[in-house]
Design a protein around this ligand. Structure first.
Ligand SMILES: CC(C)(COP(=O)(O)OP(=O)(O)OC[C@H]1O[C@@H](n2cnc3c(N)ncnc32)[C@H](O)[C@@H]1OP(=O)(O)O)[C@@H](O)C(=O)NCCC(=O)NCCSC(=O)CCS(=O)O
Length: 377
């Protein structure tokens, strides 16, 4: 697949930014759990927070291919920052862009796409992850308001978000068709940030619970139609999964580049370990797997840009890229030997950061379920 001159320019400018403004700080942000607020502002100025949102709604008006190129570069600089950027683009921006009313777009999409406000996506609950239609958070209509009650779990940017896209049951008897999508400002009465999770990696990106205790929002906060929420969630997770797959490329690439550099500098048995076939073949396998994943990601993004169905391809890209990235990052540690297991070298952090990609926005087994279903036609 050949990139256009414009796509190459976007990739190169984000690469330069990521190498200068993210990579040198990633270890410190990880160690101190620092939210990369300044870097996000600078990324916003580059148009990276609402890349596929049309310019009239505050976005950069680019294509999905540009988004995946940008996410790979951001992730190569810092995995945690790429998660914040991926979620913002695919979920709050993606959902409002596709399903929001003009009033909702005016009030929120412009701010989100310009990166002036952050959004979060609230589907998962403490007892419900993969089985997303089993959520229990409820929304009951009372006069001119909806009243929300429930708990959401593992919410990216939960602590910093100014608004949330929330999925809640409005008609229990209707099952999947009884779930509705809501726009909830973080300052709505009854909205509360709950526990902030202590994670294995991605420590610069906060992951929290969000609590709704008689949270009152106006009647016009419904996104799409009542009962359409589950479909909205799944449709946007499809795009989200391409974004996560692109992140995997970036983190795997950073680990591979670190391993190549180390192998060229470290000597054993009288020569750089790069010249030992065992090491060299391992690096060759890593590079090949990475390129194979990139082709799957680019293919899914190309289908998305063409407006073609890509549910299966998005799941294939996410499944393959996340499994590849964990293996490549593990192999990068192996190339470093003992130094790969300590925090002096970046591969230790990258491995911790990449591990969650096999879990969030649909675990690997869920991607297999989606792909398997598609095979049945
Ligand atoms: C496991 C699942 C895949 C099971 O899905 P279901 O069998 O329950 O869903 P369906 O009956 O197939 O579909 C329901 C409905 O939606 C339509 N649909 C499905 N996919 C799409 C799509 N890609 N585009 C458009 N429409 C779609 C489908 O046609 C049906 O419509 P009709 O009823 O026929 O009209 C699913 O539950 C699943 O994916 N589970 C994983 C959930 C997940 O990824 N969770 C992570 C969320 S991330 C989070 O919450 C943390 C926040 S973070 O910050 O990221």
């Amino acid at each position: 697949m050949i990139l256009t001159a414009e796509q190459e320019m976007i990739r190169d400018s984000i690469r330069a930014f990521a190498q200068e403004r993210l990579a040198p700080f990633a270890a410190d942000w990880d160690r101190n759990h620092t939210f990369p607020a300044e870097a996000l502002k600078e990324l916003a100025a580059l148009g990276a927070l609402g890349m596929v949102v049309p310019e009239e709604w505050g976005g950069a008006g680019m294509d999905y291919m540009s988004l995946v190129l940008a996410l790979e570069e951001i992730a190569a600089g810092d995995g945690a920052t790429s998660t914040i950027v991926s979620v913002q683009n695919s979920l709050p921006c993606g959902i409002l862009n596709r399903f929001g009313t003009d009033a909702q777009k005016e009030a929120w999409l412009k701010l989100l796409a310009r990166g002036e406000k952050l959004g979060c996506f609230c589907l998962t609950e403490p007892h419900v992850g993969s089985d997303a239609s089993a959520i229990r958070t409820s929304a009951v209509r009372e006069g001119d308001e909806w009243v929300l009650n429930g708990v959401k779990q593992f919410i990216t940017s939960g602590k910093h978000a100014d608004m949330a896209i929330v999925f809640a049951v409005t008609d229990k008897a209707a099952g999947k068709k009884g779930i509705t999508c809501f726009l909830v400002p973080a300052n709505a009465p009854g909205y509360q940030v709950g526990r902030i999770e202590e994670k294995m990696g991605q420590k610069a990106s906060d992951t929290t619970q969000i609590l709704f205790e008689n949270c009152r929002i106006p009647a016009d906060s419904v996104i799409g139609e009542e009962g359409q929420g589950y479909k909205i969630a799944l449709a946007n997770l499809e795009a989200g999964r391409i974004g996560i797959a692109a992140q995997c490329l970036g983190m795997a690439r950073a680990a591979l580049e670190a391993a190549v550099k180390y192998a060229q500098e470290r000597e054993s048995f009288g020569k750089p370990i790069f010249e030992h076939q065992a090491v060299n073949f391992r690096l060759a396998d890593m590079a090949t797997q990475l390129e194979a994943a990139r082709q799957l990601v680019w293919h899914a993004a190309t289908l998305k840009d063409a407006g073609r169905p890509c549910l299966k391809e998005a799941s294939m890209a996410k499944l393959f890229a996340s499994e590849m990235a964990e293996k490549v990052c593990s192999d990068a540690i192996q190339v470093h030997g003992g130094y790969g297991y300590v925090s002096d070298f970046p591969v230790e952090r990258i491995y911790r950061d990449v591990r969650v990609c096999q879990i969030y926005e649909g675990a690997s087994d869920i991607q297999k379920l989606v792909i398997g279903r598609a095979l049945a036609g």
